[in-house]
Each structure stands twice: as C-alpha cells, then as structure tokens.
Design a binder for this molecule. Structure first.
Ligand code: ADP
Ligand code: MG
Length: 208
C-alpha cells in the first residue's frame, strides 16, 4: 500500500460520500439524529485538503495523521471510532508492512478490532460493524487461501452490501438507534451504509 493509493482513496471516498448524500441523510434522520452525513462530509473534506501535507509521508504516518484528524473533525459517536480505525491500521502497517493481500487483510482486521474495542460493540448490533466484521473475515480468509485480487475485491464488495442490507432487520443495541427499540427495525443503519459506500469505492479504485 502506497501513500499515493491512500490519497487517491481519500478523494474517491469524498466524492462517493457526497453523491450518497440523500441516502445517508435520510437513514440518520430515521433512526439517528440526522448528522451522520454532515459528520462524514466534514471528515472527508478535511482529509482531502491535507493532500500536500500527507503526500510526503510514509503510508503508516499518513494513516496515523488521518486518524488523528478524523478523531477531532468527524465528531459524534462515529468520529472516535473511525479515528481509532485509522490509527490501528497505521500501527499494523508500521509493524508488518502492507504489501501482500494477507498483510493488507491483517491491517484492515486491526482497524476493525479497534472499532469493536472502542465502541464495545460486535456483530449484530445494527452498526457499521455489521459491514466491517464480515468484510474483514472474508478478506482474511480469501487472502489466506491465495485468492486472486479481482475476485477477492468483488467478494468484499458483495459482503459489504449483504451486511449493510442485513442491518434493516436488526434491533440496535448500541448508539442512538438503541433508544428506538423495535422501531429501528425496517431501517438500514446509517454507519453501515457509509461503510458499504466506502468499501465499494476503495475496492473499485484497487480494481483499477
Ligand atoms: P451520533 O450517533 O453520535 O449522531 P453519527 O451519526 O456520526 O454519530 O454515527 C452514527 C453511526 O455510528 C451509527 O449509524 C452506527 O453505525 C455507528 N455507531 C454508533 N455507536 C457505535 C458503536 N458503539 N460501535 C460501532 N458503531 C457505532
Ligand atoms: Mg447521528
């Protein structure tokens, strides 16, 4: 993983989040407090403006800087979670590198583990983790099996979509939606939706 790829991904994600505005907005209005899109938009815009500053850094230093910045700019429940995702990825890139698919899978898994720890949440709680955990498991498994890059990335996109759609039928036990009890059923979780959009965008970029 090169810093150049991280910067391209930031730009592509920024564009993808902006074009998903209506979908994300309506979801957080239904089962949240309506700020998730604005929070993510602010985070993406900030990272895009850091292009020159990040370009001269190693991949791990760039990820660390992005994580620290997102922690303070996204806000809400998701800011600290996404910030710790990037900082844990940075640490793992530094420790073991991120050249091969198994290494990149391990980097992603470390990021997801940090979100689980920070948010004290797991699979099935109607959060972003319902996308991130299955994607990470599939990534680790397929990379270990020696899967080719293109089918692996396609599988990750499908897993993200399935996980996002599955949040519709869940009751939330974490975050603001937890206050709604059964009334949250029938609505996709906004954080799961943005996670799916981001994974799809980064996979498409990596597919070239
Ligand atoms: P807030 O809930 O403070 O308004 P956002 O609207 O930015 O923050 O983010 C809401 C999203 O954060 C939810 O849709 C959910 O996916 C995610 N989320 C909330 N709490 C947790 C948690 N404990 N663990 C993982 N994800 C969470
Ligand atoms: Mg919100």
């Amino acid at each position: 993983m090169k810093t150049e790829f991280i910067l391209q991904a930031a730009q592509a994600v920024n564009a993808a989040i902006l074009s998903s505005e209506s979908a994300i907005e309506s979801l957080d209005r239904e089962i949240g407090d309506g700020d998730h899109f604005i929070n993510m938009k602010r985070g993406c815009a900030t990272i895009v403006t850091m292009y020159d500053e990040l370009a001269s850094l190693s991949p791990d230093a760039a990820l660390q800087k992005i994580g620290m910045k997102l922690l303070s700019t996204i806000g809400g429940a998701s800011g600290p979670l996404i910030g710790s995702f990037f900082m844990a990825m940075a640490k793992t890139v530094k420790e073991q590198g991120a050249e091969t698919l198994p290494q990149i899978a391990a980097v992603f898994a470390a990021g997801v583990e940090a979100i689980k720890n920070r948010g004290k949440a797991d699979l099935g709680e109607k959060t972003m983790l319902d996308v991130l955990i299955p994607v990470s498991r599939t990534f680790t498994q397929l990379a270990a099996e020696g899967a080719e890059r293109a089918p692996l990335l396609d599988a990750l996109k499908r897993e993200a979509e399935t996980g996002m759609l599955a949040t519709r039928d869940l009751i939330a036990t974490k975050g603001r939606a937890a206050f709604l009890g059964e009334r949250a059923i029938g609505h996709i979780d906004p954080g799961a939706k943005t996670s799916q959009v981001i994974i799809q965008t980064v996979c498409d970029l990596a597919l070239g």
